[in-house]
Design a protein around this ligand. Sequence first.
Ligand code: ATP
Ligand code: MG
Length: 594
Amino acid sequence: MMNESHAEAGAERGPGDFIRDIVAEDLAAGRHQRIVTRFPPEPNGYLHIGHAKSICLNFGIAREFGGVCHLRMDDTNPTKEDVEYVESIQADVDWLIAGWADHVLGYKRKGDTSGRVVLKQTAAEPQTLEPFYASDYFQQLYEYALILIQKGLAYVCDLTPEEVDAYRGAPDRPGRESPYRNRSVEENLDLFQRMKAGEFPDGSRTLRAKIDMSSPNIWLRDPVLYRIRHAEHHHTGDQWCIYPMYDYAHCLSDSIEGVTHSICTLEFEVHRPLYDWILEHLPVPQPRPKQYEFARLNLSYTVMSKRKLLLLVRDRLVQGWDDPRLPTLAGLRRRGITPAAIRSFCQMIGVTKYNGLTDVAVLEHAIREDLNRVALRRLGVLRPLKVVLTNYPAGQTELVEAVNNPEDPAAGTRQVPFSRELYIEQDDFMENPPPKYYRLQPGGEVRLKYAYIIKCEEVIKDAQGRVVELRCTADLGSKAGGPTAGRKVKAAIHWVSAPHAVPAEMRLYDRLFTVPEPDAAEGDFKQYLNPDSLQVVQAQLEPSLAEAKPEERYQLERLAYFCLDPDSAPGRLVFNRIITLKDTWSKELKKNAR
Ligand code: ATP
Ligand code: MG
């Protein structure tokens, strides 16, 4: 079944991969009418760039093959989950696949627990639709458990969690059977119903599958299916005090929703026999969903486990889940990175079965490539140094024409005010420069971009000997179209007109960790936090940036890409540095290697 979205998907579709090959073959063989995938985060934290890989894969396949993908809250663990996370997950998925959502995102009607999908029509009232929740299936999962008990395939076990572990054995050593393994069906039914009714305390009993305590696959050694937790659940309230385990809930949720391809990361490969075992022994509809595994994304210079991200947030080592230094989707969004850049990154890295470490430089490359295409060029000075043009009339303002985006002629040009008093970057002047320093120096010349060539005549210092102002003369014929416009100087620098400039707080971000693999480094990962991951400077920007828009991206010429931060308020501009123009880390590495 190919639809319009299939054709249009071609533009963003990468080279094939082994999962797409399987899907294509299943469709060609007529095994499914329509492909159904799912993205099943546990709402116990915010989504990160690793989840983006899974989102792009699952929603991408739905989009390319005319199918649908369910966003499902995998919410079987009430004590770690929260509605805050449910809401953030939904917002982040919507953001990442904006533009695809109407074709591929499967919703359910509020209150419907059947797993039935509703495709969102543009006209549909969004408040009647919501994502899927595994917890909506608790009743059905409970009834399936009763069937397993009746078939003699599940039993109530009174071993403590520690004893269950000890009895399980090890990969090279068979486990021991629980003394409760041979309870009668009647006794198991009675005990399980009383577990549900709340008669027993947490941890006192579990429901376990009766499979094989000597299986070489540890996951088949009578895995726990249900545990007792007297806890309020964010979606089902206090309706339940027994909660299904991931392995039991996941395959059955897939089946209830009619998922065809259940795509997860490689750690779950060893769970697959259990996934299949549960479905084989229950009267579930055909065809049954099948699980496929791919390598998770690991990215250098960051951490991605939700547990570690939570520690950074909780201990206030970052400013929140959306701190622009975090690899969370909320952080990347606030940083100014576009969904297109993240999708293009996911396409670059592809989908394989081999675990590895992806260099964060690959992500940075995708970000730069995207921003170079879309960002509007502007002039701004991060660390201002005053320049006075002694031969330029006081009180005069002229407008010079500057290009908005050389990559996109349609972006046009704008007028930037120029006057006698300017700011240039402190770095663009050196009083005692080394050889081959071509920017401004005493007696030297440089071009001010889009304007004149200037010459440094005098250096003014304060009482501490710091350079505070440069007195320069301008070659007033050297602007474009002027008689000396063709005169060559070795460098062109950026500037702003001092009386017209708008001040702004600039937040300059760098990598959050100083080592490529903080997870693998010795000791506590937090000791590798980069102390310079955030610097704040007061900049002076060309006046058009007073009207900066949250959805626009800007390149401050010669410096970096920036976007407005939500902390901005009328009269108070705050910008985030998205990324520098060049990779300064690889330069550092080369310097250190010499
Ligand atoms: P964490 O270990 O960070 O807590 P998780 O795997 O427990 O992550 P889930 O919320 O269960 O997080 O993940 C939802 C989906 O996203 C799963 O299908 C999982 O396989 C996938 N996923 C999670 N992390 C990554 C990653 N780094 N790369 C690719 N897919 C991932
Ligand atoms: Mg998980």
